[in-house]
Write a protein that binds this ligand. Structure first.
Ligand code: BEZ
Ligand code: FE
Length: 288
């Protein structure tokens, strides 16, 4: 019998997890995971006490998760891992709209609303904004049957699912674009907000001396039959956190101007006083 040693453990464990593994992809992932986990522990000469604290941290992360709170997504996001996965799967340089993180606050099943709807469900004390644009293919041809799942924080810096006083589905909807690809809805101008800091991820951020803020943004999942769905944001130009997003998810092409508009015709069409805040963003989808 041979002893397991620091020198042979990684090879022995890798073999145990790869040699009889039915799926070649599983073998590849298990092998790389073991290699990097072992080399991480060796590189920092991990103490038993430190590894125990690491296990406690992961345990707390799991315990903080429920159907409204996803601390593991937050951990992946704040460590930049979500954006590594995004960059691998959605390389830059294509013609379609760039993607970014989903984040932990997406909720499936938002009400489907016609283009032009108002998604402010409560008294909403944020600045009203008219959001307009088109969904087209990468060459600008409007896409029929496009839908835009949208969600954002309210002026109190909270998503509806974080705020027990928020009306259900406040500032969330699945907007059906018109047949000519145009979409519009009325919402509130988003503000920058901190990711949740009352859990283990908050302690990680403060141990690293990092702030918890995300630059103001609207979330979108844009889809159309026959095209690749894109999960993305539009960011408010000028936000002071654009260069230090807590989750590393900003991209220059997603930053856009929210302007003050005096367009009387649009104001009358949407029942808005002038001047009103407006943003226009055109999405491009790639064939599936
Ligand atoms: C968000 O934008 O909703 C978000 C993304 C990543 C972590 C926390 C929040
Ligand atoms: Fe967000």
């Amino acid at each position: 019998m041979k002893d397991f040693t620091l020198d042979n453990l990684t090879d022995v464990v890798t073999e145990a997890y790869t040699k009889n593994t039915a799926s070649p992809r599983h073998a590849e992932i298990f092998g790389a995971l073991i290699k990097h986990l072992h080399s991480f522990a060796k590189e920092v000469s991990l103490t038993e006490q430190e590894w125990f604290e690491g296990i406690q941290f992961l345990t707390e992360t799991g315990k903080k998760c429920d159907d409204k709170r996803q601390e593991f997504i937050l951990l992946s996001d704040t460590l930049g891992l979500s954006m590594v996965v995004d960059a691998i799967n959605h390389p830059k340089g294509g013609k379609g709209t760039e993607s970014t993180v989903l984040g932990p606050f997406y909720v499936e099943g938002a009400p489907e609303l016609e283009s032009g709807s108002n998604i402010i469900k409560g008294d909403g004390d944020g600045e009203v904004v008219l959001v307009t644009g088109t969904v087209s293919d990468a060459d600008g041809k409007p896409l029929k049957g496009a839908k835009l799942d949208v969600w954002q924080t309210a002026s109190n810096q909270l998503y509806d699912v974080q705020d027990p006083n928020a009306p259900e589905w406040n500032l969330r909807a699945k907007i059906k674009a018109k047949d000519n690809g145009e979409y519009s809805f009325i919402s509130e101008k988003p503000t920058s907000y901190p990711v949740p800091t009352d859990g283990p991820v908050g302690r990680l951020l403060s141990a690293a001396g990092r702030h918890a803020f995300r630059p103001a943004h609207l979330h979108f999942i844009v889809s159309a039959p026959g095209y690749e769905t894109v999960t993305t944001h539009i960011f408010v130009d000028g936000d002071k956190y654009l260069d230090s997003d807590a989750v590393f998810a900003t991209k220059a092409k997603l930053v856009t101007k929210f302007i003050s508009s005096t367009d009387e015709k649009l104001a009358a069409e949407y029942g808005l006083p002038t001047p009103f805040c407006r943003v226009n963003y055109d999405f491009g989808l790639m064939p599936a």
